[in-house]
Ligand binder design. Structure first.
Ligand SMILES: [Zn+2]
Length: 283
């Protein structure tokens, strides 16, 4: 297969999951957004992680119509939730039509997971997603059985949902697809690609595949990093959202498909799940 450099491609790309309001981007966000636009990124979903960044996410999205907001409580932040978070969240969702739900989910790999608190917050949020028919962006690490159990009363979810940075068991892919799942993939593990990971990625139905950076998290290995970025305060590697074309090239090689055709399919999948986005401001 011919390797096609991302710089040779002009593609319409969509990042299904990232965190533009992460404090590690705060010093150079306008530059980052401009670089994304220059690289053909036509839309993205920026996720909040907890009550502390819901307004920031909504404000950013109102300034950039090609950025879709998602608000929710990430499992890492459920232990520190305040009393009134749920009503505050519902009020914001109801007053911002088009706002998505995320990042929510379950994580049994974190230290002190407080799984009962996680599941309580997740159930409340997924119930609201089902009732309001809003797609949700879901994080799941080592909690696949619990996640399915909590989703089960609402399945299949008519609005669909995203299993972000999907890395669940291959044999569960058909079950999740039947439940309404879309699967988004980042290039984080590109350096250590096992046969089972290849098998898992090839099991994803092509009409349910999305790509993401999860930036500033999950930087891909150096060979898949076109836009190196360091955290100004710690010097650690960050993931620049303009690395998205590399994710497309990487996944198209695994699937042995043409990157342009795959980009069109992914654009169509993005719009099917999240709905139409406003046209990008050419400036
Ligand atoms: Zn995330």
């Amino acid at each position: 297969m011919n390797r096609i450099s991302p710089v040779e491609l002009t593609l319409n790309l969509y990042d299904a999951h990232l965190h533009l309001t992460d404090p590690r981007f705060s010093k150079n966000l306008p530059d980052i957004l401009q670089t994304m636009a220059a690289k053909g990124i036509r839309g993205c979903v920026t996720n909040a992680t907890g009550e502390h960044d819901w307004n920031e996410v909504l404000n950013l999205a109102s300034a950039y119509p090609w950025v879709r907001p998602a608000i929710g409580v990430h499992p890492w932040w459920t232990a520190s939730l305040g009393q009134d978070w749920y009503q505050h969240w519902i009020d914001l969702l109801d007053s911002h039509p088009g706002c998505l739900i995320g990042e929510i989910g379950l994580d049994l790999a974190m230290r002190d997971p407080h799984i009962n608190k996680q599941r309580l917050a997740f159930r409340l949020q997924i119930k609201a997603a089902a009732e309001r028919q809003i797609p949700a962006s879901i994080h799941c690490v080592r909690a696949w059985n619990e996640l399915y159990e909590d989703l089960k009363p609402f399945l299949p979810l008519a609005s669909g949902f995203l299993l972000h940075s999907f890395n669940g068991p291959s044999e569960s892919v058909p079950k999740w697809a039947e439940a309404g799942a879309y699967f988004s993939i980042s290039a984080e593990g590109a350096a250590s690609l096992s046969p089972s990971r290849i098998h898992q990625l090839r099991k994803i139905p092509i009409e349910r595949l999305l790509i993401e950076t999860d930036a500033p998290n999950s930087p891909p290995p150096d060979e898949w990093t076109n836009h190196p970025l360091l955290d100004p305060s710690t010097g650690k590697r960050l993931n620049h959202p303009a690395n998205l074309p590399s994710v497309l090239i990487w996944i198209s090689q695994i699937l042995e498909t043409n990157p342009q055709e795959l980009a069109s399919q992914i654009a169509s999948n993005y719009h099917t799940l999240f709905g139409e986005t406003a046209p990008r401001d050419p400036s």
